[in-house]
Design a binder for this molecule. Sequence first.
Ligand SMILES: Nc1ncnc2c1ncn2[C@@H]1O[C@H](COP(=O)(O)OP(=O)(O)OP(=O)(O)O)[C@@H](O)[C@H]1O
Length: 284
Amino acid sequence: MSEPIAALTAAQAARAETASRDRALTAAAGMEIERLSAYYGRFQALADITLPIHPGAVTAVIGPSGCGKSTLIRCLNRLHELTPGARVTGSVRLEGVDIYGPGIDPARVRQLVGMVFQKPNPFPTLSIYDNVLAGVRLHRQRLSRTEADEIVERSLRAAALWDEVKDKLKDSGASLSGGQQQRLCIARALAVEPLVLLMDEPTSALDPIATYRIEELIWELKQRYTIVIVTHNMQQAARIADYVAFLLAGEERTGKLIEFDTAQRIFTNPKRKETEDYITGKIG
Ligand SMILES: Nc1ncnc2c1ncn2[C@@H]1O[C@H](COP(=O)(O)OP(=O)(O)OP(=O)(O)O)[C@@H](O)[C@H]1O
């Protein structure tokens, strides 16, 4: 078991800090979702989902509106349970360790499995510089100026934003364009050294050029991170995904996994008729 994963409990978090940094530089982590069901109160939003998230690859989660795509990825970093009345059964393993297991610190899980949302959400009152550091400061009380500068530059470079903002780091995050704001949010997520990056429709609020830049960035990021992206856009899934999970909800509105395969198989030769109907636009 690798060092940062073994140290998901709060007690070991400090020792894991360095190991996590080293690891993030070298290898991406895989996840295994097994018999996962998710509920909002008595309503079952997802039933019995089992699929692998392959390391260093992009997995796209697709399916019609309301089939449970967002719910699924929110279960991968324990965000789902923050909704009052929400709960999860089954397991999600990160490098072999069940993130729902006893003694696991959810805050640590959310650090290792980062999230970027649909609408760019930089903190409007914070500068670009402080936006990048916002998550880091939750985990590290003491941060020298040199360390902070290094994290800001490394994260902004990784998010392909450094050249555009390096001369105005003290400007408000809200002064940037929508696409730049989304890359700032990606920089903020990367600054805490995650192993996996979850993206919930990260380009749906962006114009085609900003979308293209984010897609290019996702290509670069998968060299170092495992990425799971929710998208409604089939062309986007075909362009960027290595693997695709197709979900569908029946009349009872509970989402189920219909098919998981390589993107190439899903888009050229899906096994299930429902998948073919969805990707050809007949349903959804
Ligand atoms: N906070 C909540 N309380 C109760 N039900 C919810 C809540 N959030 C989502 N749901 C329900 O759970 C189901 C799955 O929602 P989810 O947002 O995960 O679907 P989705 O596939 O991501 O949809 P979309 O593509 O429209 O974003 C839907 O029936 C939705 O109405």
